[in-house]
Design a protein around this ligand. Structure first.
Ligand code: NDP
Length: 399
């Protein structure tokens, strides 16, 4: 008998949905690089329905209880004596989504002597102290590729929204105005601009491919270079480091994981190297940017706009400066949890759990930490160490 604790975001304020805007979602079987979408033996949910909130339970309850396991689902994850803290002492598996992360700090890991698997229902396991996971022989896995294209679509939407000044223009309509000059005083065409991505992994490359038809000049920097054929196909300029790329870009999109090497990569010094009036779109992780430096750069005009859906910590406190800074297009962390993405990562979680309970290996591409070291996607894309510092501030959201 295993105890599984699953931390999910709250249901909609009007209650768990009784109906949906669309009747079905397209079935995707293979990702762009040939990797198959999750292949569980069965699922107990209807793809396209809400799975990521507490009542959705990632569609796991029937399956886990049929095997005699205990499933605890909660959204109460922060602050003194949260439900998560109460349940950790005998939990073997903790499942969490980056959108509403259960920060598994070294202190929490110390309170969970039975913990064997920290499973991310999504991509990005920086909410787990990976160093502590390695030292305590906890396997960390995520559902690689499940929402990479969801995010790539969101990035393109946000680039266009900022450059064309969509959000303030929409607000003029809602306010009953027809203020064309107000709307266009900050509105430009994307065509011809220099657009660069920090990292050209699954999301970064997806963004580059989607932007190609906009006739922009595309740049990237990454620890590993893309194949020459891809560089030629997309007419990409590769940069050996972030500094070199940001000097020439009008738009920078950040698509690398958060780990000690990338934490606060966009600080005051990096922002000063950017072109005046550049835009940043960050759907990777809030902590890759220095919170106050971003707000100052928008106030001074060094940046024309900043958009994204990732914050630190999450949920962001009500007084987080990114809620009120000028020219931002922030949303809560949503890009990777569309109903379409939820179906894929819920199926991926089911696949990993089936492997775990049947003693079969978890797909290598899902592994971040295994047998005390970085493994699978973790060995390729992360670095050792911990990026959870300061996460206790998430408790401020409740105040
Ligand atoms: P991938 O693993 O496919 O890509 C990550 C890329 O980042 C790799 O190409 C890796 O390079 C590169 N990278 C790592 N460190 C650095 C560095 N120091 N400098 C430059 N490049 C670096 O992951 P995805 O593209 O699928 O996802 C990327 C991140 O996006 C996730 O880790 C997560 O934080 C975030 N994300 C956000 C979501 C949302 O809802 N907003 C949803 C999904 C993901 P290499 O492997 O070549 O070393």
């Amino acid at each position: 008998m295993t105890k599984i604790v699953c931390v999910l975001y709250d249901d909609p304020i009007d209650g768990y949905p009784k109906s949906y805007a669309r009747d079905a979602i397209p079935e995707i079987k293979v990702y762009p690089d040939g990797q198959t979408t999750p292949t569980p033996k069965a699922i107990d949910f209807i793809p396209g329905q809400m799975l990521g909130s507490v009542s959705g339970e990632l569609g796991l309850r029937r399956y886990l209880e049929s095997l005699g396991h205990t499933l605890v689902v909660t959204s109460d994850k922060d602050g003194e004596n949260s439900r998560l803290d109460q349940e950790l002492h005998d939990a073997e598996i903790v499942i969490s989504q980056p959108f509403w992360p259960a920060y598994l700090t070294a202190e929490r890991i110390a309170k969970a002597p039975k913990l064997k698997l920290a499973l991310t229902a999504g991509i990005g396991s920086d909410h787990v102290d990976l160093q502590a996971a390695m030292e305590n022989n906890i396997t960390v896995a995520e559902i690689t590729y499940c929402n990479s294209i969801s995010v790539a679509e969101h990035v393109v939407m946000m680039i266009l929204s900022l450059v064309r000044n969509y959000i303030p223009s929409y607000q003029w309509v809602v306010k009953g105005g027809w203020n064309i000059a107000d709307c266009v005083a900050r509105s430009y065409d994307l065509e011809g601009m220099e657009v660069g991505t920090v990292a050209a992994g699954r999301i970064g490359l997806g963004v580059l491919r989607r932007l190609k038809p906009f006739d922009v000049k595309l740049h990237y920097t990454d620890r590993h270079r893309l194949p020459t054929a891809v560089e030629q196909e997309l007419n990409l300029t590769w940069h050996p480091n972030v500094e070199s790329m940001v000097r020439v870009c009008d738009v920078v999109t950040i698509n690398c994981p958060l780990h000690p090497e990338t934490e606060h990569m966009f600080d005051e010094a990096m922002l000063a190297k950017m072109k005046r009036g550049a835009y940043i779109i960050n759907t990777a992780r809030g902590k890759i940017c220095d919170r106050d430096a971003i707000a100052h750069a928008l106030e001074s005009g060094q940046l024309s706009g900043y958009a994204g859906d990732v914050w630190f910590p999450q949920p962001a406190p009500k007084d987080h400066p990114w809620r009120s800074m000028p020219h931002h297009g922030m949303t809560p962390h949503i890009s990777g949890t569309s109903l379409s993405a939820q179906a894929r990562y819920a199926a991926g979680v089911r696949e990993v759990l089936e492997c775990w309970f049947e003693g079969r290996p978890i797909r290598n591409e899902y592994l971040v930490v295994d047998a005390g070291k970085l493994a699978g996607v973790g060995a390729h894309s992360y670095s050792e160490g911990d990026a959870t510092g300061g996460s206790e501030e998430a408790a401020k959201f409740k105040q």
